[in-house]
Design a protein around this ligand. Structure first.
Ligand code: DMJ
Length: 598
């Protein structure tokens, strides 16, 4: 840790019958069959005709639009949020743990220097082959470089930072004639540029690059509903749909662009950035199911949710994260986001939580749509499945409790909070959040000390087996299942960082240190960089030759912050975008007062 770090700027179903599909050019509405005296042959022809129309329609037209998946209430008593997780008292000490913090800095250097040696400028890095690759054949756009810059700034790595900045100045180009993922490009590259601008006290290079990129991305919003296209050709400035998913837009893709575009609007005084991002929220708000739930996919033609899983993991996670953060980003004045956040958290508590059988761990579950075989009615089936991605939620709920859930004001919430600091809803969210953090930490109790990508919780427990398991886990020597991997994901250490800042409880640093050591032991490639692990229950581990960019932007940053003192990026001054790029909280009633609201 160099002293330079201190010179940096740390300021700061009974399901109802499906409603008819809405009008859509691709959605011919099949006529309801009337009872007639038509002959059997004619009926068969009619049925075939209807089926043929449906089959030909394809795309948007064949989806079922849900009104209400309802009917799932977690029946157990006590309710999850009454499980008390803390015992005794502890001393709150926010001074840095210098040794551990510096160990994280050394890990970052081990990752960065290998990337810089083997793949500087390439989007992605493969530490075992010692090579980089780009997301498209058209050339890189700085995924790894830009995703890492603010971590270097925070860690005070001036030499590395200077070289990275030089690359941005001399080699970065967005003039790439290929399709890039809108969401990923926004959270990693636009978010990274904006936080670099912030942490350098306004280095114009980053703002210019951010404006260039944002202007190239903006055409994604030119769709009938205003929901963004999933892909953008950065050279042609042309959006395109996700054909792998029939052109549907996931709720995370649509609703995880707002922190970035809103902050850019604030910096540039250009309302267009704000309005387009905000309009997406308006569309989602109108399309939510009556009980506040949101399936993962929306039909962008007609702005309605389709029949798809309801969950908090992939394709949904950061939607929930950004509901709270949009509210916080502008000083907790935009009540429309507060209302959406409150509804979503209520829906989660009503329908998407479970309690494990032995350890009484609170976990999140999914609802999967299923058509009933004998009468064709739609039902929702609970899947007791939790992605590692959901582990952001523990910290997010705790942060929400101390802000949206504060009884008087966020400033009046003590550290650690007293239950009387919260409203009843705040108490509920705090307790669920604290418990979810414990659950996520529990998923790291594996042979390697690393957590799998996906765990399933057991409905029934036989003596001697754990509360959760990796589905389809195969014996040693066979190709491991996808769910068994650890790909350097950050969500649990992200929640540990927030939990530590809000409570000062030393156990969060201990958990984080254990996770860091497991990464060091099993993921560190001696020649440089870190690899993903194919099966967290197999030691020695097998590697997958990929170092995800979020290792340097998120996992190591959150670990660094966990062991830093609490003046580094205070939670009441910054919101972190979903790729851990810190953006300052600002007032929308200054130069941006003309921007609309939902
Ligand atoms: C990151 O790119 C972001 O955190 C995103 O929201 C989810 N997936 C990865 C990290 O796991």
């Amino acid at each position: 840790m160099s002293d330079a770090a201190t010179t940096l700027r740390h300021r700061k179903t009974t399901e109802k019958a499906d409603p008819p599909p809405p009008p859509s050019p691709k959605s011919p509405k099949p006529a309801a069959p009337k009872p007639t005296k038509t002959s059997g042959c004619a009926i068969v022809l009619l049925v075939f005709a209807v089926l043929a129309v449906l089959a030909l329609a394809g795309g948007a037209g064949t989806y079922i639009y849900y009104q209400n998946p309802g009917g799932y209430f977690w029946p157990e008593d006590p309710k999850p949020w009454t499980v008390v997780p803390y015992e005794g008292e502890w001393e709150v000490d926010f001074s840095a743990d210098v040794e551990k913090r510096d160990a994280v800095v050394a890990a970052f250097k081990h990752a960065w220097l290998a990337y810089e040696r083997d793949a500087m400028g390439d989007d992605e890095y493969h530490p075992i082959k010692h090579k980089g690759t780009n997301l498209t054949k058209a050339g890189g756009i700085g995924y790894t470089v830009v995703d890492s810059i603010d971590t270097m700034l925070l860690m005070g790595l001036e030499e590395e930072y200077t070289r990275a900045r030089h690359w941005v100045e001399t080699s970065m180009s967005f003039d790439r004639d290929a399709n890039f993922n809108t969401f990923e490009t926004t959270i990693r590259v636009l978010g990274g540029l904006l936080s670099a601008y912030e942490l350098t006290d306004g280095d114009q290079l980053y703002l210019d690059r951010a404006i260039d990129l944002a202007d190239r991305i903006l055409p994604v919003f030119d769709t009938p509903s205003g929901l963004p296209f999933s892909f953008i050709n950065l050279a042609k400035r042309q959006g395109s749909p996700d054909t792998d998913n029939a052109g549907l837009v996931s709720v995370a893709e649509g609703a995880t662009l707002q922190l970035e575009f809103r902050y850019l609007a604030h910096l540039t005084d250009r309302a267009e950035y704000w309005d387009k991002a905000e309009h997406v929220m308006k569309v989602i708000r109108a399309a939510r199911l009556p009980n506040g739930l949101t399936p993962i996919f929306i039909n962008g033609h007609v702005a309605k949710f389709v029949s798809a899983e309801i969950r908090l993991g992939s394709r949904a996670d950061s939607y929930f994260e950004y509901l709270l953060k949009q509210y916080l980003q502008t000083g907790s004045v935009e009540m429309q986001y507060r209302e959406m956040y409150d509804d979503a958290m209520q829906a989660i508590h009503t329908s998407l939580l479970g309690t494990s059988k032995t350890k009484k761990l609170i976990f999140t579950l999914e609802l999967h749509p299923k058509r009933n075989g004998y009468n064709g009615q739609r039902t929702w089936v609970r899947a007791l499945k939790q992605d590692h991605l959901v582990c952001f939620l523990g910290g997010s709920l705790m942060l929400g409790a101390t802000t949206a859930g504060a009884r008087l004001s966020p400033q009046s919430v003590s550290v650690p909070p007293k239950m009387s600091d919260f409203t009843p809803v705040g108490q509920r969210d705090w307790m669920t959040g604290v418990n979810l953090v414990e659950t996520c930490v529990d998923t790291y109790r594996t042979a390697s000390g690393l957590a799998p990508e996906i765990v399933h919780f057991r409905e029934d427990i036989d003596a001697g087996v754990g509360d959760w398991y990796i589905k389809g886990a195969r014996p040693r020597g066979e190709v491991p299942v996808y769910d068994a991997r650890y790909i350097l994901r950050p969500e649990t250490v992200e929640s540990l960082f927030i939990a530590y800042r809000l409570t000062g409880h030393p156990k969060y640093r201990e958990y984080g240190w254990d996770i860091f050591q497991a990464i060091e032991k099993h993921c560190r490639v001696p020649s440089g960089g870190y690899a993903s692990v194919l099966n967290v229950e197999e030691v020695p581990v097998q590697w997958e030759d990929k170092m995800e960019t979020f290792l340097m932007s998120e996992t190591l940053k959150y670990l660094f912050l966990l062991f830093s003192d609490d003046t580094v990026l205070p939670l009441n001054e910054y919101v972190f975008n979903t790729e851990a790029h810190p953006l300052p909280i600002f007032s929308p009633f200054g130069s941006t007062s003309k921007f609309g609201s939902l």
